[in-house]
Design a protein around this ligand. Structure first.
Ligand code: MN
Length: 245
């Protein structure tokens, strides 16, 4: 079988004047994400800034969808005004990604959500987030680590017998650089990993209607530090190959 094509979402920004093409808008994503997909056997394809109306055309060429990390999701999509501690958000990126997600869900395509991607999936399916860690009543773990991104810092409890448990051992240590956390989890998702203070660190589809695994941490940045975290990507590519055949 040929290698599967994996759509990878991107952020967009204006380059600094000191950069080559300074002042121009660019599409970008973390190289650690595309590398992890390649290591797991997929061909990563970064989807550029586009009109959401093109989403169906993009998705029909693809075999899997990875929703990557980045800015906060605009709170308008879960019916709230921005609170003082929300970070930068970009409703245009949100609209592109909601549309890509909707098209992928319609095809029952395998989906992997990472950090913002997890939150975006949750919001699309009817859940919401705390706009900042400080709005959550019981945070006792540092979730926005100052340590380098490739350093696993906090442990997670993994739900026994879940799909996620087949790829990530209980009491694994993960990195953590998110300032928002899941509040209400969407009905079609189930929590499958938690930090010690009860924050949802991973979720998967509740039933076969959807093919989703989503993580709050960044496994792509700790696959060298602890190769067990590559399993999130090898499992995803396995699901993609099952979907294709
Ligand atoms: Mn965390």
């Amino acid at each position: 079988m040929t290698k599967p094509l994996i759509a990878v979402t991107c952020g967009d920004r204006i380059l600094f004047q000191t950069d080559y093409y300074g002042g121009e808008r660019v599409s970008y994503t973390l190289a650690t994400v595309t590398r992890a997909i390649q290591k797991a056997g997929g061909l990563a394809v970064i989807l550029p800034i586009h009109d959401p109306a093109l989403s169906a055309s993009y998705i029909e060429k693809m075999d899997g969808l990875v929703l990557t990390g980045g800015a906060d999701v605009s709170p308008q999509f879960y019916g709230q005004n921005p609170k003082p501690k929300i970070n930068r958000f970009d409703p245009r990126r949100d609209e592109r990604e909601f549309e890509l997600l909707e098209q992928a869900l319609e095809l029952h395509m395998p989906i992997l959500g990472i950090c913002r991607g997890f939150q975006l999936i949750n919001i699309a399916l009817g859940g919401d987030v705390y706009q900042d860690l400080s709005y959550h009543p019981n945070i006792s773990v540092q979730h926005d680590q100052l340590t380098n991104a490739n350093m696993p810092v906090h442990s997670i409890d993994v739900k026994a017998h879940s799909h996620f448990a087949s790829l990530t051992p209980n009491q694994s240590t993960v990195n953590s650089y998110h300032h928002q956390v899941i509040h209400h989890l969407a009905d079609d998702l189930q929590a499958v990993a938690w930090s010690e203070d009860g924050i949802i660190e991973a979720a998967e589809a509740l039933n076969d209607d959807y093919n989703i695994v989503a993580v709050q941490y960044h496994p792509e940045n700790i696959i060298d530090e602890n190769p067990v975290h590559l399993n999130v990507f090898t499992d995803f590519i396995q699901r993609v190959n099952d979907y294709r055949s």
